[in-house]
Design a protein around this ligand. Structure first.
Ligand SMILES: NC(=O)c1ccc[n+]([C@@H]2O[C@H](COP(=O)([O-])OP(=O)(O)OC[C@H]3O[C@@H](n4cnc5c(N)ncnc54)[C@H](O)[C@@H]3O)[C@@H](O)[C@H]2O)c1
Length: 389
């Protein structure tokens, strides 16, 4: 079978995904690349042999030698670029989040349905070993029926990755309870087997609001992702706009009755995610979230605190970025481009994670008032849940 030929739009930090997709002779190649920044374009293009290069994404849409387009530009561009790709009849891999508003998500989904062009949303956490392990434990019934899920996200690198560029500007992301949390809200929905219908949230810009910022248009400092400052209060060279929250807590009720909570902090010493799922017959919790780490299950009791558990599972070893998830998601995307059909990632779920994060952001900027999450048009949901046929 011939390699699929991919075009890639946006070659910033997420270029790791394009590298995972460039496997000459093994299924797919990156044949054309686009970035609006000529220096980034030149530097990154060299990683893919001799691809077609352009600073205008519309050049890729006119080419008939590309099977699909991978979109990895900043979040506020997703809606427009994805719709342009779909209208040009190009299958799309769109990085998460689907868009930065609920309306934006629905516009992308409608464009895919109306054009009949395949849309895939890059929620790579669904391919992470720790997430799949937790999901298997729940599916086997080891903890009974899930009733509550609590997620804590410790983002040690937050000040560097999220407050030194566009991520810190709410006009480019809505907020980090959408931009960053979209991953975990999607996983939470997947583990709980439902979608959020009602939210409330509190949050603050507790630490990065008063630290030194760069002048508009000045680049991030050399070595910004090698030399990390500690403590977080010593961080400097932040983006010129910083108006998103750096700490937030969010409560959810799901359509199947599950009650859930998600917490995010951008100034912790350590970076990881901790999930607790409690069911009618036990609970699970992960300790570390990478290959070789542990998910513990307690399903006897009641007892007092005990560090041991009834069953301990090891997260399988894996190769490549994001704990092996990037290679696996590329493999799923290749199959989807060739054959279509239902995938482990889901455009409907991608929309519901944005919708939950978007409404929670409205809530935290409104004193924590509860907000309902607008449902997705049932016809759109049915189209995507049916495998876009
Ligand atoms: N799934 C994951 O694990 C994961 C990880 C990181 C980032 N992401 C997502 O990937 C996307 C990109 O994130 P990033 O960290 O690489 O951002 P980045 O700022 O490092 O890179 C974005 C790149 O896109 C280019 N660009 C901007 N507008 C463009 C346009 N109209 N046409 C072509 N190029 C354009 C920029 O010049 C830049 O090189 C975001 O949506 C982010 O949420 C996902």
């Amino acid at each position: 079978m011939e390699d699929l030929r991919f075009g890639v739009i946006g070659l910033g930090l997420r270029v790791s995904l394009a590298v995972a997709a460039h496997q000459p002779g093994r299924g797919s190649v990156v044949a054309a690349v686009c970035d609006t920044d000529p220096a980034t374009l030149k530097e990154q293009a060299a990683r893919f042999g001799d691809p077609v290069t352009t600073t205008d994404h519309r050049d890729l849409l006119r080419r008939d030698d590309l099977d699909a387009i991978i979109v990895m530009t900043p979040d506020d561009t997703h809606e427009e670029i994805a719709i342009a790709c779909l209208e040009a009849g190009k299958a799309v891999y769109l990085e998460k989040p689907l868009a930065i508003t609920v309306e934006g998500c629905d516009a992308v989904l409608r464009a895919a349905r109306d054009t009949g062009t395949r849309l895939y949303v890059g929620h790579n956490m669904r391919h992470m070993g720790v997430v799949r392990l937790m999901r298997d434990i729940i599916a086997r019934g080891d903890i009974g029926e899930p009733k509550t899920v609590w997620v804590r996200h410790f983002v040690s690198y937050g000040g560097d990755y999220y407050f030194k560029d566009w991520h810190a500007d709410r006009s480019r992301t809505t907020g980090l309870l959408l931009q960053k949390a979209a991953h975990d809200l999607d996983v939470l929905h997947w583990l709980a087997g439902g979608y959020t219908t009602r939210v409330n949230a509190l949050g603050d810009l507790a630490l990065y609001g008063d630290l030194p910022r760069r002048a508009p248009g000045t680049p991030r400092p050399h070595g910004w992702l090698r030399e990390f400052d500690w403590p977080p209060t010593s961080r400097r060279d932040l983006h010129h706009v910083v108006d998103v929250e750096d700490v937030s807590v969010m409560n959810m009720r799901l359509d199947n009755g599950v009650v859930a909570a998600y917490q995010q902090c951008h100034f912790t010493p350590d970076y990881w995610r901790n999930y607790t799922v409690i069911g009618t017959e036990g609970r699970l919790e992960n300790f570390g979230d990478g290959p070789g780490d542990t998910v513990k299950v307690w399903n006897t009791g009641p007892t007092g605190y005990r560090d041991d558990c009834d069953i301990a599972y090891r997260v399988p070893q894996a190769q490549g970025s994001h704990g092996g998830a990037d290679l696996d998601i590329v493999a799923e995307f290749r199959r989807f481009v060739r054959e279509g059909g239902v995938t482990d990632t889901s455009p409907v779920a991608a929309r519901m994670s944005v919708a939950a994060g978007y409404m929670a952001t409205l809530s935290l900027r409104d004193g924590g008032a509860p907000y309902d999450v607008p449902p997705l048009d049932p016809e759109l949901a049915a189209y995507f849940d049916g495998g876009q046929r």
